[in-house]
Design a binder for this molecule. Sequence first.
Ligand code: PMP
Length: 460
Amino acid sequence: MAQISNHMATAELQALDADHHMHPFSTQAGFKTKGARVITRASGTRLWDSEGNEILDAMAGLWCVNIGYGRDELAEVAYRQMKELPYYNTFFQTTHVPVIALSARLAELAPGDLNHVFYAGSGSEANDTNIRMVRFYWAQKGKPDKNIIISRKNGYHGSTLGAMSLGGMSGMHAQGGVVQNVHHIDQPNWWAEGGDMTPEEFGLERAQQLEKAILELGEDRVAAFIAEPIQGAGGVIVPPETYWPEIKRICDKYEILLIADEVICGFGRTGQWFGSQTVGIQPHIMTIAKGLSSGYAPIGGSIVCDEVAEVVGSGEFNHGYTYAGHPVSAAVALENLRILDEEKIIETAREQIAPYLKQQFEALVDHPMVGEAKIVGHMGSIALTPNKETRAKFAAEAGTVGYICRERCFANNLIMRHVGDRMIISPPLVFTRDDVDLLISRARKSLDEAYAKVKAEGLF
Ligand code: PMP
């Protein structure tokens, strides 16, 4: 076979891709008729494809490239670490310097007494750890029946069986394998589900579902509540202001653990190091991944508070992954945290860019097809609707219009994703004002083109 490289014709690469590579969250057969876009390189906030197009990445890859693409420091650290110690594990009474250094740094950065890290290769794996860890914790405390985890419909916690079960994605559950003793309450999505309530009333009502569930299931059966501070993959759902304080009150009242899934919100995405700080909660466990290494190397984990770590540590927790705390990933993550900190990337994003991004992004609500535009820090979404006043859904199947809009963005060299009929962004934290301007102009053009198409097809 000829050597496969960036220099091959796009159509050839696409044909090989369709034949041999199975894509996540995709209908594989579709790649035969419409090839995947081949991304060949990246720098800063831009990607290039095999046709030479320069694309603005308003999703930071999959919500992860917080420091932007092309930082040589991370490549150099990975190179040095691979030469010195490419692999070792931390099973059976061994450890290594990158994992020690990263753990100590995470303990410094994480709020309160979140001082202990259990590593994984990804966010999904970390959430599987969490399921097993909280159940083990309660068993160690003599309460093995306290094993139900409450989570939320339309939350996303990953794709492994455990993480998929914690998540509330009906399309995933429908394909089977949901683990037992996970209970889902409704999400705080006022736009779609708030009816005649004010956002404040609705936020309280949705939070109080947690208390109802605890009382119905029995406090002695509920181990933990898990949620993303701001739902990401569910469509960047910014909860009403009343939601998190009420959840906090309920968690404080009942003896259950609070797990914040910070896989997206962590490492600056919401304007603070962690989304928990933005929404004002102090969880017992935080799930981390993505921005931990800015996506340069696969790594995830659970940051655990003193008391949970002590109880879990008092017995043998029979759990662990070969690549947990991988030395190369740990070294890359540590370098990423150094850059985030020393270059004040989070502060600069929060103070100099986020206010402008918010003003420009939320102004998209003046578009005839946009009903709501919301952003917190560097994660935001707009809701597409045929009627802003009634917050109506399109008559076409959910996601039809969102897909049309995403296609227009893609054609206009802007990566913006759709979740159903919401369009979402999660740009690198190094987005400049010029990037914001380009994002908004391409988004407006794409919205206009999508609107014209939607009207022409009689979907509006
Ligand atoms: N939790 C959240 C909140 C996520 O957004 C994701 C991924 N999008 C995951 C967990 C799963 O992480 P991974 O894909 O690294 O397994």
